[in-house]
Write a protein that binds this ligand. Structure first.
Ligand SMILES: Cc1ncc(COP(=O)(O)O)c(C=O)c1O
Length: 474
């Protein structure tokens, strides 16, 4: 039980900490050092002792420990507690497409917060209703019914469950190297051993095939049917993000569509990372003119301000069973709450008004072309550059080289990151607000870092072809 003196200590500390937020605690040089030390100590003691190891924001020159404290964000930048500016070329793995604290979105969220924060759970919520209608309008084909959730993996869970309800099938076909999240159902669909292994058996009725291989999906479905099984869904990312920015060949998605039509299997596109303009169209599947049965979305959907994710599905998937029991799929307490719906509606408005998908396409094209030029100069270091819109990957020989490049760029105040799978591929995923000046800086520094890395490789560094799973991902 908490004692009186513990209680007093907690209140005193929280008074100071909340003062950082309100501005009531003066943050001078002494306070900065204190925040740094306490952040490092608390993360290590109360989150995970190894937490700091996986952050390149702790890697100073010559291996010295450094602690870069995230403090403020605005537009295309992050700022640390000392006020240093970082070009955000990570974009929160796709969250910050409309920029940091976009004023047009913040204004709406603040206004909503001053009237109604979370919902009663019983009265009717107008913003959830308007957002669902808006989703029908801005998604392709006959996608109609929306269901709002709080995290990406939760949205994937809903998609997987809905496919079972509709088809009566039990099996899921997913792809190797896929990333769909880490809850049990989503992890089942995720395609990498190191995240799955400690938790198996997951949903045992699942099967992974190589990505970008439609015949493999057909074979898997036919094999299962042959032995009396029924497949509920094929789930894919239209571009694999965490798997290393793997862009499939044109025609792959439409081939999957045909296969799923033939065998009455639900086609799920996980657009959590590729959607909301990131890849140059509002949804990646639009670029190939393919409509899934269920689509998931998240990341930038809340405008980089409030978490909100969800699914949208064809009308036919809302079976009598589901219509009679609307909570059957799920009933998340916070799903579709007023603040998050206000954020999503403001984000969609912002993106349509400012043509964010087109901006991603144009700026992404500039970066991709620039990086391709750099690759020609350093082909032994940078093996490949690929992507669509502002989802771009630079592939190196191994994770050590990738992690080194990302760390060196960070020291030059450019934030990039590896993928969930490893740091062999470094992602460039900036906000759509990235300026021409920042693009030039990015290209200049990548070029310089690669030249230096090339020299280090020639001197025998980075020989091991090991990317410590997960740990060097960021
Ligand atoms: C395609 C895709 N699906 C699902 C997820 C999981 O989202 P969350 O981390 O919000 O659970 C991610 C996260 O990176 C993702 O990229």
């Amino acid at each position: 039980m908490i004692t009186m003196s513990d209680k007093q200590a907690v209140l005193e500390e929280l008074d100071r900490v909340l003062g950082y937020v309100t501005g009531d605690t003066v943050i001078d040089a002494h306070e900065i050092e204190r925040i740094k030390k306490e952040t490092v100590d608390n993360l290590g003691t109360y989150i995970n002792p190894q937490f700091l190891e996986i952050r390149k924001s702790t890697k100073g020159d010559d291996g010295a420990f450094n602690a870069v404290i995230e403090w403020r964000d605005e537009g295309e930048f992050f700022y640390d507690i000392e006020g240093n500016q970082y070009i955000d070329c990570l974009g929160g793995y796709g969250v910050f497409t409309p920029g940091h604290r976009n004023p047009e979105i913040v204004k709406i969220v603040k206004a909503q917060l001053s009237r109604l924060g979370l919902h009663s759970q019983e009265l009717l919520e107008p913003l959830r209703a308007y957002l669902a209608k808006t989703m029908e309008l801005i998604t392709p084909g006959d996608l109609q019914y929306a269901f709002f959730t709080n995290g990406g993996a939760e949205a994937v869970e809903m998609a997987l469950k809905l496919a079972r309800l509709y088809t009566g099938g039990k099996w899921y076909i997913s792809t190797r190297n896929a990333f769909h999240g880490k809850t049990v159902g989503a992890l089942t669909a995720t395609g990498k051993a190191f995240t799955r292994k400690p938790f198996t058996p997951l949903i045992p009725t699942s099967y992974h095939v190589p990505y970008n291989n439609a015949p493999a999906v057909r074979d898997a479905i036919e094999n299962l049917m042959d032995v009396g099984e029924k497949v509920a869904a094929v789930i894919v990312e239209p571009i694999q993000g965490e798997g290393g920015v793997n862009v499939p060949d044109p025609g792959y998605l439409s081939e999957l569509r045909k296969i799923c039509n033939t065998y009455d299997v639900c086609l799920i596109f996980d657009e959590i990372q590729t959607g909301m303009g990131r890849t140059g169209t509002m949804w990646r599947c639009e670029a190939e003119q393919v409509v899934p049965d269920i689509m998931t979305y998240g990341k930038a959907f809340g405008g980089g301000i409030v978490p909100i994710t969800g699914i949208i599905a064809k009308g036919k998937l809302w079976t009598d069973e589901l219509i009679k029991n609307p909570n059957l799929l799920g009933s998340p307490t916070f799903g579709g709450n007023p603040i998050s719906c206000a954020a999503a509606l403001a984000t969609i408005t912002y993106m349509l008004k400012h043509r964010t998908p087109e901006t991603c396409k144009v700026k992404g094209g500039k970066i991709l072309n620039g990086l391709k030029g750099i690759q020609k100069k350093h082909p032994s270091v940078l093996l490949d550059v690929r992507g669509a819109g502002l989802l771009i990957g630079m592939q190196f020989k191994n994770g050590k080289i990738g992690f080194h490049v990302a760390t060196e760029l960070f020291k030059r105040r450019i934030l990039t990151a590896g993928t969930e799978i490893n740091a062999t591929t470094i992602r460039i995923e900036p906000t759509a607000l990235i300026s021409d000046e920042s693009i030039e800086k990015l290209l200049f520094h990548v070029d310089e870092v690669l030249a230096k890395t090339e020299a280090l490789i020639a001197a025998g560094k980075f020989k091991e072809n090991v990317a410590k799973p997960g740990s060097d991902a960021s």
